[in-house]
Write a new protein. Structure first.
Length: 251
């Protein structure tokens, strides 16, 4: 069985000859699939499984309060906070990103899904920190100088936190020195710059140039994003990665 919604892989133990009638192949599939469905229907889901499925669906659909309630219930049942994060919300986050990439989700859906995650994250973050679990990495996030738009920045920060990263949000209207200070102080694995306007996009190049002059370019991955940003512009300014709304989780 594969994935949260099930599914199967069917393989013959012997080579299927090229002249095998197609109806025989379909019959083999139908027989195996009936057995799979029968096993799935008789398999009892534990309450823990129900909670994880509920977290996945509620995060995916941007329904906040049930996700919070399920998180609390899971903790009361003694579920590991890491399991509550990585076996429900994180797969939902990955699916949201996929839907955005193929054009089925847009900015509003992304924002709703991220906000649905934030309530449960507020409960889980201190518990995960207290358990001594290491974060996936450190990520600095900010909107560039002369730009005060923060929706994309905030959304990215929420989703990075949801993916297990420690996020340092330096706010809006960030000059080059503010990003440099954050790199020196927090030693992040990567940092993201957001720009909502075509008039503020050139700050990407200005900030990256300042980082190079400071001798810090090789110490950090640089990601850029925002509504007007393109892959071509990302490459032109010398950034390492790009997303239209800076909705990404770096590797």
């Amino acid at each position: 069985m594969l994935g949260k919604g099930g599914g199967s892989i069917l393989a013959s133990s012997h080579h299927i000859q090229s002249d095998t009638p197609l109806e025989n192949v379909f019959a083999m599939y139908d027989l195996a699939n009936r057995g799979y469905k029968s096993r799935r229907e008789t398999r009892e889901m534990s309450r823990e499984d129900v909670i994880l499925d509920g977290l996945y669906e509620n995060k995916l659909n941007g329904i906040a309060q049930p996700a919070v309630d399920l998180t609390k219930e899971g903790l009361e049942l003694g579920m590991d906070p890491m399991v509550l994060l990585f076996d429900g919300p994180i797969p939902a986050l990955e699916e949201v990103g996929r839907l955005f990439k193929i054009g089925e989700y847009f900015g509003p859906e992304m924002l709703i899904a991220a906000k649905a995650m934030s309530g449960a994250m507020e409960i889980l973050k201190p518990l995960i920190a207290a358990s001594g679990a290491e974060p996936q990495g450190t990520f600095v996030m900010g909107t560039v100088k002369c730009d005060i738009h923060d929706i994309g920045k905030n959304l990215c920060s929420i989703m990075q936190e949801g993916a297990g990263f420690k996020v340092i949000d330096i706010g809006v209207n960030g000059p080059p020195e503010k990003f440099i200070e954050a790199i020196l102080e927090h030693e992040p694995d990567a940092f993201g710059m957001s720009a909502f306007l075509t008039t503020t996009m050139p700050m990407f190049g200005t900030i990256i140039e300042a980082i190079m002059i400071a001798g810090l370019r090789d110490r950090v991955k640089i990601l850029v994003g925002g509504t007007p940003v393109t892959q071509e512009y990302c490459e032109a300014v010398g950034a390492d990665g790009f997303a239209p709304m800076l909705i990404l989780v770096f590797a």
